[in-house]
Write a protein that binds this ligand. Structure first.
Ligand SMILES: [Zn+2]
Length: 87
């Protein structure tokens, strides 16, 4: 998933001021909370069960998000006279 975002970013950035920019992102490690015993664990593989009570019922607290950490445009060249500000 992260690879495809990087790919699409470079495709979208082509011919724009963002061309050559580096898109950095980070994915969060999945974290789940068991609905039965409240134990926090990291779901792995296809069998998501609580390591403490083996309950298959849990709530995913984290890991569905994907953050764009930063977009580095320091390598991009643009005329300073236009006063473009990149936030
Ligand atoms: Zn549990």
């Amino acid at each position: 998933m992260a690879d495809s975002i990087e790919f699409y970013f470079s495709e979208l950035a082509r011919g724009t001021i963002a061309e050559g920019a580096v898109c950095r992102f980070q994915t969060l490690e999945a974290r789940a909370v068991c609905s039965s015993c409240g134990s926090q664990f990291r779901p792995r593989s296809a069998t998501f069960t609580c390591p403490d009570c083996r309950s298959p019922v849990f709530e995913l607290k984290q890991g569905q998000e994907l953050f764009i950490e930063s977009i580095d445009v320091s390598g991009a060249e643009y005329p300073q006279s236009e006063g473009i500000e990149l936030q």
